[in-house]
Design a binder for this molecule. Structure first.
Ligand code: SF4
Length: 197
């Protein structure tokens, strides 16, 4: 049963309510996992993905599948350091299931994005991260309002009191990283990120 308070005073209290959120299911969307996120107050770096995949949904932990392994390889971090460093959540937090075409996962609908915005905004307000890493086009658009990866990967942007360093999605599904220039942009982004950490 979905519970949403008018305001939250602690991240732990927000997480308790977020963990049992079924707002999208109540609105008729066929989600296939409970909300997936991980982190605690005091973490100053926030990674925001698009939505959990099937592995993350099954394990109830973000970035457990192949994309997560690639992301840790990019960052040169083992699992322990990765989860200790980053508060991990996503634009929508439940596995949306397979795409009806059978190719990849179903992208969250605009209504699901809107329903999940509540958790994202409160999380940002309570966590107050110093470094924000939106991963993939959807997270970048949601957080920074930028539609093209090429215009922002390799850049450092200000977002309130925080610095944002966007990354492409490590699943490689889009093919964006097939280009040499874009791989150079990724290298620049990772160098910025390491410097910020
Ligand atoms: S995707 Fe977000 S709003 Fe929708 S049920 Fe999951 S946690 Fe709730």
């Amino acid at each position: 049963m979905t519970r949403r308070k008018r305001s939250y005073r602690s991240l732990a209290s927000l997480q308790r309510d977020n963990a049992v959120c079924r707002a999208c299911v109540e609105a008729g969307y066929p989600l296939e996992s409970l909300p997936v996120f991980e982190g605690h107050a005091g973490q100053t770096a926030w990674i925001l993905g698009q939505a959990p995949g099937i592995v993350e949904g099954e394990q109830g932990r973000p970035w457990r599948g192949r994309a997560g392994q690639t992301l840790r390889r990019w960052l040169d971090m083992d699992e322990e350091r990765f989860y200790a460093t980053f508060y991990c959540s996503s634009v929508t937090r439940c596995y949306p299931g397979r795409h009806p075409s059978g190719r990849g996962d179903r992208p969250p609908t605009p209504r699901e994005l809107e329903l999940c915005r509540f958790w994202l905004e409160w999380e940002l307000r309570l966590l107050r991260p110093r470094l924000i890493v939106p991963v993939g086009g959807l997270a970048i658009k949601r957080l920074l309002g930028i539609s093209r990866l090429t215009g922002c990967i390799g850049s450092k942007l200000e977002l309130g009191d925080a610095v944002a360093v966007p990354l492409p999605h490590p699943s490689g599904a889009s093919g964006w990283l097939n280009s040499f220039e874009n791989r150079k942009r990724l290298e620049e982004a990772l160098a910025l990120l390491v410097a910020e950490l």
